[in-house]
Ligand binder design. Structure first.
Ligand code: XUL
Ligand code: CO
Length: 437
């Protein structure tokens, strides 16, 4: 078998003092923390689009990464990509992957030909998975790149575009089921609008929900019992994207009665584009019972777009892992690196370095999150902060026993209790003490 990631050994855990660039410093897959191995806690996944397909193009220049894998014919490239993907996952010890239909196959001249291409490559991936413990985390359909989606897919004004998207989604669901995937993602890249001068927003949202309901009906009929996810993102490529953030998506799911089948796939860089933090978005999903999966990456605070960098911020990873642990951890979901190397980092070694840094960052985040929990001071502070609701009038408020009139009477009769400090600075020192010990 041809080697694509030449000269790269199997990446092993060597500990924090190792200077071997092809070793993990913190990710020790089999180390058990709170009854589960790191590998089970983190469920790392490889994104096919950034890792196997993206060439490093940007609006000002051509690609810098050769993605032909030594082949010239498009289906041969697709097959070689599968070999290269499995080689990389094995070398990194990654047990899951995620893909869009068009990442794994070239689009044919029409839907029929694309469907045939998909069937050949999905069979090939299925064959490749045999004898490994590599699984599909989730599949999806790319309903945003083709010019036919210029007005949207499920939200298009053109009913034939809606129908094409539905067909693509049907085939991507079939591929997901064939490969035993535990999730199916909707990311609404073109589901949004540029101006209300040409848009009926209510009509478009009703249609987007219609398409999702059809997908659920079809997949459940075919025996899919995994999760559907919506991946929120506020903008890019459209100006006003309908799945703006976790709270907006939850409102949509409730309005259209989709809460039973859908959870959220929260992406770090999408959170910051929405003016939130990644842990905030995870917390919104958690408290509403729809935390599902994660697209891990990070943006650049000086750039206003989705840079999809490999995550390196340990503090953010720690606070995010705390949220994920509080949400009960990953069940059908996992931690997909929706991340790419920078355009000048064009070698295959760079991709491996990217994954090593991302995996080590989240491994350290997991370790530190458990140290925060074990330390207990932060959780204890939060609990004590609401102590005024444990007895007296606070308790009666929580028990829904009082009215506005009764509260007015209480306030007229009683002296207000003194304020207590929020202690943010003190809590930040605790976090730093744990992070840097
Ligand atoms: C785009 C993005 C997508 C989704 C899947 O910003 O995150 O790659 O993850 O369509
Ligand atoms: Co994503």
């Amino acid at each position: 078998m041809k080697e694509y990631f030449k000269g790269i050994p199997e990446v092993k855990y060597e500990g924090k003092d190792s200077i071997n660039p092809f070793a993990f410093k913190f990710y020790d897959a089999k180390r058990v923390i709170d009854g589960k191995s790191m590998e089970e806690h983190l469920k790392f996944a490889m994104s096919w689009w950034h890792t196997m397909t993206a060439t490093g193009t940007d609006p000002f220049g051509a690609g810098t990464i050769d993605r032909n894998y030594g082949q010239t014919e498009s289906m041969e490239i697709a097959r070689a990509k599968v070999d290269a993907a499995f080689e990389l996952m094995k070398k990194l010890g990654i047990k899951y992957f995620c893909f869009h239909d068009v990442d794994i196959v070239p689009e044919g001249k029409d839907l029929k030909e694309t469907k045939e291409n998909l069937s050949v490559i999905v069979d090939y991936i299925e064959e490749k998975m045999k004898g490994t413990d590599i699984k599909l985390l989730w599949g999806t359909a790319n309903c945003f790149s083709s010019p036919r989606y210029m007005h949207g897919a499920g939200t298009s004004c053109n009913a034939d575009s809606f129908s094409y998207a539905a067909s693509q989604i049907k085939n991507a669901i079939d591929a997901t089921i064939q490969l035993g995937g535990s999730g199916y993602v909707f990311w609404g890249g073109r589901e949004g609008y540029e101006t209300l001068l040409n848009t009926d927003m209510g009509f478009e949202l009703d249609n987007m929900a219609r398409l999702m309901k059809m997908a659920v009906k079809y997949a459940r009929k075919k025996g899919f019992n995994g999760d559907f996810y919506i991946e929120p993102k506020p903008k890019e490529p459209t100006k006003h994207q309908y799945d703006f953030d976790a709270a907006t998506v939850i409102g949509f799911l409730r309005k259209y009665d989709l809460m039973d089948d859908f959870k959220l796939n929260i992406e770090a860089n999408h959170a910051t584009l929405a003016g939130h933090t990644f842990p905030h978005e995870l917390a919104v999903a958690r408290i509403n019972g729809v935390f599902g999966s994660v697209d891990a990456n990070q943006g650049d605070s000086l750039l206003g777009w989705d840079t999809d960098q490999f995550p390196t911020d340990v503090k953010d990873a720690t606070l995010s892992m705390l949220e994920i642990i509080k949400a009960g951890g990953f069940i059908n979901g996992g931690l997909n690196f929706d991340a790419k190397v920078r355009r000048p980092s064009f070698t295959f070694e760079d991709i491996v370095y990217g994954y090593i840094s991302g995996m080590d960052t989240f491994a350290l985040g997991l370790i530190k999150a458990y140290e925060v929990i074990e330390d207990g001071r932060i959780d204890e502070f939060i609990e004590k902060r609401y102590a005024s609701y444990e007895s007296g009038i606070g308790k009666r408020i929580l028990n829904d026993e009082v009215t506005l009139e009764e509260l007015e009477a209480y306030t007229l009769e009683n002296k207000e209790r003194p304020m207590e400090s929020g202690r943010q600075e003190y809590l930040e020192t605790i976090l730093n003490q744990i992070l840097y010990k």
